[in-house]
Write a protein that binds this ligand. Structure first.
Ligand SMILES: [Zn+2]
Ligand SMILES: [Zn+2]
Length: 133
């Protein structure tokens, strides 16, 4: 499988790069187009004053037709693209998994098995990864 890399962060709902002891993962989730009008990508609403996206908003809005969907409901339908080097067998691969975050050591993580050795690899939020060091 050859995954498409994002050209810019604006295309992504989520992007993280993690380096573990013997492996690494890069994970990203593309924004998807509005299910109603299909004219624009669903995005976080923008602050009317600053024009910046409200990162903490709990919904996504279509900039073309204003269709609004709750954050979790929207994110659960997305696909997470992952490029990884397995920390246990060094297998390198690319996978696509549903963007569903489960609890992992007190953090929310996308968890997927290595294609080769089936070791479970967790992609946690970047903030959490930094704190672990
Ligand atoms: Zn729309
Ligand atoms: Zn492996």
């Amino acid at each position: 499988m050859v995954l498409k890399f994002p050209d810019s962060m604006d295309e992504c709902v989520y992007f993280t790069r993690r380096v573990m002891d013997n492996g690494k993962t890069i994970a990203w989730v593309f924004k998807e187009e509005c299910p109603k009008c299909k004219k624009a990508l669903m995005s976080k609403p923008k602050d009317a004053k600053t024009g910046k996206a409200k990162i903490r908003a709990i919904e996504y809005v279509c900039p073309a037709c204003n269709y609004t969907v709750e954050k979790k409901e929207y994110e659960d339908t997305l696909t997470c693209n992952i490029q990884y080097t397995c920390p246990s067998c060094q297998h390198k691969s690319e996978v696509q998994v549903p963007f569903i975050r489960k609890s992992y050591k007190g953090a929310k993580a996308v968890i997927f098995p290595c294609e080769k050795c089936e070791t479970k690899i967790a992609v946690t939020k970047k903030m959490k990864a930094l704190k672990e060091k």
